[in-house]
Write a protein that binds this ligand. Structure first.
Ligand code: NAD
Length: 346
């Protein structure tokens, strides 16, 4: 473990196996310097245990950075369950996972991530209070996507201000990849601000619903990279900024909600050289975890969430300004600030 390329002085990496339910899970606690670790639970059919471990290590480190940039009193952690989210789920599996979370005695709080639903988390809640993203209960905050999308919209305006000298979106075109929870709400904000939209998804019904509401133009999934648009808002998959797609981009800015948009961190420098202003993903998409943090506090307050969101968008602006004035990739500036904030709390 200590030699693993993705091991970043994680405080704890815990493996769980439950023969009765078939649970195989890893909970990685990267840092509790700023508070108890928080981050979602991903259920994925990994090819190997090594791939699962790598995901847990990288995702938990990412949560430390995201929570630090959102300036919430939480550290970073993440859990992964090995299995097919469509065929391998059972109440017993999530109860066993809940007991695993509970064994860490609050060092880690879980929530939904890819493959895991609010209903799954309700089962986890039967075994442990260290769970968020619930839709029942006093502090329940439910689906974080509207808050995530609002943060991305405000962050996109900050990015536009620096890329175009104005945050007026009238007549500007935004290419939105993925119109699911986050992308759908984002399109509503953008259309309301007068932007023209080009959208792509693999879900035809979602596309048609958004196009009906916003007048967006629909393109084939792969054609989104060639869209004649000012801003690209990836809201579906990771690794969409890579050497192949970069050659096709005519965008001047990237501001979207997907996690891990850069296939490798070095893409940040290539974007900079091409004159594309990139809003680092884990900064601009921090609205959802702010909402979850409000729930974890046990005293959900919409005003607190809104104030944190405003501050997050200011932080994004500071990252972009520093990057532009020092000719540094935006992701490098964000990483440095996140590491400093974590170190300051250690
Ligand atoms: P979602 O599943 O609701 O939406 C994703 C959409 O992308 C779906 O409509 C899906 O059909 C589409 N999609 C899948 N493959 C595609 C492809 N090849 N081309 C185009 N579209 C494709 O998920 P979401 O909650 O909206 O999250 C979107 C992204 O934002 C994810 O990367 C997620 O990790 C990230 N994120 C979400 C939140 C949140 O609050 N939900 C917070 C932070 C980050």
């Amino acid at each position: 473990m200590f030699d693993h390329p993705s091991y970043d002085a994680h405080e704890g990496v815990h493996m769980f196996q439950d023969a009765a339910s078939g649970l195989r899970a890893i909970i990685a606690v990267h840092s509790t310097a700023r508070g108890p670790a928080a981050g979602g639970c991903r259920m994925w059919n990994y090819g190997t245990g090594e791939a699962m471990l790598k995901d847990a290590l990288r995702l938990s480190q990412g949560m430390s950075y995201k929570n630090a940039m959102a300036d919430i009193p939480l550290g970073g952690g993440k859990s992964v369950i090995w299995g097919n989210a469509r065929t391998d789920k059972s109440p017993e599996l999530f109860r066993a996972f809940g007991r695993a979370v509970h064994s860490l005695q609050g060092q880690y709080t879980t929530a939904e991530d890819v493959g895991v639903s609010v209903a799954d988390m309700a089962i986890v809640r039967e075994e442990t209070p260290y769970v968020a993203g619930l839709d029942q209960g006093d502090a329940a905050s439910g689906d974080p996507s509207p808050v995530t999308a609002k943060g991305i919209y405000l962050g996109l305006l900050e990015t536009a201000k620096r890329a175009f000298g104005s945050d007026d979106l009238t007549g500007r075109t935004v290419a939105v990849q993925g119109v699911g929870h986050v992308g759908g709400y984002l399109c509503d904000h953008l259309a309301g601000a007068g932007a023209k939209l080009v959208i792509a998804d693999i879900d035809q019904a979602a596309l048609e619903a958004v196009a009906r509401r916003t007048g967006a133009t629909i393109v084939e999934p792969d054609a989104i990279y060639d869209a004649d648009a000012d801003i690209f808002a990836p809201c579906a998959l990771g690794a969409v900024v890579n050497e192949q797609t970069l050659e096709r981009f005519r965008f001047k800015a990237i501001a979207g909600g997907a996690n891990n948009q850069l296939v490798v961190p070095e893409m940040g420098e290539l974007l900079r050289r091409k004159g594309i202003l990139y809003a680092p993903d884990y900064v601009i998409n921090g609205g959802g975890i702010i909402n979850v943090a409000a729930e974890i506090s046990g005293n959900y307050s919409r005003d607190w969430v809104d104030a944190k969101l405003v501050r997050l968008v200011e932080t994004l602006g500071e990252v972009l300004d520093e990057a532009l004035s020092t000719d540094t990739p935006t992701n490098e500036v964000a990483d440095r600030i996140a590491r400093e904030r974590i170190a300051a709390a250690t």
